[in-house]
Write a protein that binds this ligand. Structure first.
Ligand SMILES: [Zn+2]
Length: 350
């Protein structure tokens, strides 16, 4: 199986995040991708390749071009406002009720106002190299996708930063550009065929859902901690099924606390039945391993053996499959959990 990796992710190196009312060392850090890379390299049966450059067009096809422009310049602009700030985080968020009964507001002028316009929460600092790293993650996703479009049965993109919380016009949740959505749109728009994004990260992929919510050519199916208790709290409920032409193309399967291997696999079987009924040409998997039993910020109980079962179940769909890295924060086990999921997917096919 081919693995796409770029060291560009090392340029996104936050030293802190604002989480649960305090400043902490970040859960999303460079060690995550490095341990995955090292574990897959040590296995010996994965072949590594570097991404090619895709430019900004595929990003602007999914995201608001204003978000793209903002992320390209925001860190440097903030240095004019607050010099020598290593990590840039908004402290004022734009919310519609602020301007009740008033005219609609366009993008504010000041960098501080613009931060709160394009970002929706506080755990996602911009650093000097964030934009370059985020572009590298998109290039990784698209190169992985092209490998599958060119005939490989499956391929894995070691995307970092992750992507599934990034919406059309918002970044947050450790995500800047939605790698999986950009990949899925690339397949749908270049082949004219249907695509499914299967999201198995602990957290609901609010960005991916929002991007495709009114489309009937891209299905979004997600297993995740119930947003009644889990981030992102405001989206990911079972009654969100799509709108307009997209009605019926969105399936959320919220899961209870401590869901174990059997419970997770049972939900994944439901997901796979819905995918088979939709009939996509290609599957894009948002692979988060934060459903793991000892993940520090999540509350499910999937084991390493469970991840291999999940990969094997997805393989039974018989679809060309693009696997893209999302979350997973138990760094001691993350590499092995990814490896076993991929081993489950490819079976004995190599
Ligand atoms: Zn997650």
């Amino acid at each position: 199986m081919k693995v796409v990796y770029t060291p560009a992710h090392l340029l996104h190196d936050p030293h802190s995040e604002i989480h649960t009312s305090g400043t902490h060392s970040p859960f999303e850090h460079i060690g995550r991708a490095e341990t995955i890379k090292e574990t897959l390299a040590a296995d010996g049966s994965f072949s590594f390749t570097a991404p090619t450059e895709w430019g900004t067009e595929p990003i602007a096809a999914v995201h608001d071009p204003g978000l793209l422009r903002f992320l390209g310049t925001a860190w440097a602009e903030y240095q004019l406002y607050m010099p020598a700030t290593r990590e840039v985080v908004p402290d004022v968020f734009f919310r519609n009720p602020l301007r009740n009964k008033m005219s609609e507001l366009g993008e504010p002028e000041s960098i501080n106002g613009r931060l709160g316009w394009w970002c929706f929460e506080t755990t996602t600092p911009l650093t000097e190299g964030t934009y370059t790293a985020a572009r590298g993650a998109v290039d990784t996703a698209l190169t992985t996708t092209q490998i599958v479009l060119d005939g490989d049965r499956w391929a894995y993109g070691l995307c970092r930063p992750p992507g599934h919380h990034a919406a059309t016009s918002l970044y947050g949740g450790y995500c800047f550009f939605n790698n999986a959505a950009i990949a899925a749109h690339h397949v749908a728009s270049t082949t004219g065929t249907k695509v499914t994004v299967l999201d198995v990260d602990y957290h609901h992929g609010n960005g991916t859902q929002e991007i495709f919510y009114d489309r009937d050519d891209v299905q979004y199916v997600s297993l995740h901690g119930d947003p009644a208790r889990a981030y992102p709290f405001t989206i990911g409920y079972a009654d969100e099924t799509g709108t307009g032409r997209g009605l019926g193309s969105n399936l959320n399967l919220p899961l209870p606390e401590r869901t174990d291997d059997d419970g997770f696999v049972a939900a994944l079987e439901r997901a796979c039945a819905a995918i088979a009924a939709f009939g996509p040409s290609t599957l894009v998997v948002s692979l988060g391993l934060d459903t793991f039993i000892t993940d520090p910020i999540c509350d499910l109980a999937v084991t390493t053996a469970g991840f291999e079962r999940c990969g094997a179940l997805v393989a039974q769909l018989g679809l060309p499959t693009v696997v893209l890295q999302e979350g997973g924060y138990d760094v001691d086990h993350l590499g092995e959990n990814v490896r076993r999921w991929l081993v489950g997917l490819r079976g004995s096919a190599g």
